[in-house]
Design a protein around this ligand. Structure first.
Ligand SMILES: Nc1ncnc2c1ncn2[C@@H]1O[C@H](COP(=O)(O)OP(=O)(O)OP(=O)(O)O)[C@@H](O)[C@H]1O
Length: 198
């Protein structure tokens, strides 16, 4: 279980949020909402261990997260983290190697990219690049997914693929925390609304 207690962070000398508590158990989804600048990306980066909190603590099964935390999660931020000169398949194969293995062709297929597998990532459309970035989720199981506005640039079919991917992940006991401004439909998801600090 992922938990945060009394979480607060100051960025650029200004508090983004303070006193924030949350918990996500196996199979659960937590949707982060709130206006631009409210701190959704900041919270996801904290939960990923990419930023340090100014106050409070983040725990995994009761123990403070440490340098091993990154191996139990997949974080998909605003960028797609692709190398434009490599093909779609080569990009994903790079990630699979980096993570110690993964089913590359199956992941491409899951995001509807099989016919584009041998094209350089640099010539893919914005939505195709986003699909490819998200195909990393399908490389193999990791318990925690942290997704920052994953539906940006996606068409309706791809949003459905993503929703299916998340549903399967949760059915297998996975957890997901997702920041979104739109209507990504996740069954039985809880919502955490962040207010903009004044
Ligand atoms: N590197 C940084 N240095 C200083 N302040 C930062 C930094 N990164 C973000 N901030 C500030 O932190 C606050 C929260 O930003 P964040 O990106 O987490 O918001 P958000 O809720 O994800 O917004 P959006 O809906 O626009 O994506 C903003 O006021 C932003 O200016």
């Amino acid at each position: 279980m992922l938990e945060a207690q009394g979480l607060g962070i100051i960025r650029g000398e200004r508090p983004v949020f303070a006193g924030l508590d949350l918990g996500v158990a196996a199979g659960e989804a937590l949707v982060l909402r709130g206006p631009n600048g409210a701190g959704k990306s900041t919270l996801l980066r904290l939960l990923a261990g990419l930023l340090s909190a100014s106050a409070g603590r983040i725990t995994w099964n009761g123990a403070a997260i440490d340098e091993d935390h990154g191996r139990r999660l997949r974080y998909a931020g605003h960028g797609d983290a692709l190398k434009p000169a490599l093909t779609a398949r080569e990009n994903l194969a790079f990630w699979a190697r980096f993570e110690g293995g993964g089913a590359v062709d199956g992941a491409l297929d899951r995001l509807g990219l099989s016919t584009l597998a041998d094209l350089p990532a640099g010539i893919l459309s914005a939505g195709q690049k986003r699909r490819l970035g998200l195909a990393r989720l399908a490389l193999g199981p990791r318990p925690l997914w942290l997704l920052d506005e994953p539906t940006v640039s996606l068409d309706a079919a791809a949003v459905e693929m993503l929703a299916g991917l998340i549903a399967d992940h949760r059915a297998g006991g996975g957890m997901v925390v997702v920041a979104t401004h739109d209507g990504l439909a996740l069954e039985d998801a809880r919502t955490l609304v962040l207010e903009k600090a004044s």
